[in-house]
Design a protein around this ligand. Sequence first.
Ligand SMILES: [Zn+2]
Ligand SMILES: [Zn+2]
Length: 262
Amino acid sequence: MLTQISKWFSATPVPCPLCGRSSAQTSSKPPIPVRHPAARRVLSTLCASCLVGIPWIVAPICRVCGRAEDCQDCVRRKVRYYNRSRCSVRYDSLMKDWLALYKYRGHEKLEPVLAAMLAFAYERLNDELGSRNTYPFFHTITSVPLAPERLQERGFNQAERLAVQLSQWYGIRCRPLLARLRHTEKQSLKTRQSRVNDMMGNFAATSAVDSTDNLPNSVHRIILIDDVYTTGSTINECARVLKESSAPDSPAEIYGLLWARS
Ligand SMILES: [Zn+2]
Ligand SMILES: [Zn+2]
């Protein structure tokens, strides 16, 4: 009788939020490389074949941006304003499809999935900095803003949504610190140099990037979230603005955290 009942429950089809297939068969699922229980729960709703397809960046080669291969972008950058940046996955064709489903086709149920994937990079960054026991190591989470017209068109800022979810899971305050002054054309169509030039003057601080409130005279560690890292020009320009707007007694240290590295 008991086995009958448990069979009924386990047979309840749980559709994978990505492909809609049943995610019930757990035996062949790969391990989930995230520790936070809520993020793990979200990722466990994926079916085995979607989980297997995630190209996690387990061993970053570039120590600056966390890319999984040699990185000329970081070698060529003359001035870097962020300390380091980490990404959860390689931006392969499957990840492009997933992001497009969420960003352009409004599949909102993918939002917690992308946030749970971003949790992987957050936990890796935290571990790298040896900060597991220094709580909280980071004081503020913020995100790369969209231009107003882009925000109106899409209805939401994906980076901000991911930032809010991470801040709730890890207990770090989330604050909008930046505004986007103008919209630039699609980044991927441009050369690296024109991307760098275009980013200059694109962002402004919305208010003084204030101190850590209860920790005066100390470094203000800020996590800056975006969805895709292409050359790092966006993160670098945002980091420059944040550093220049920080209080002298509480200089900002910026850490990039991105869902994917192209
Ligand atoms: Zn699936
Ligand atoms: Zn790099």
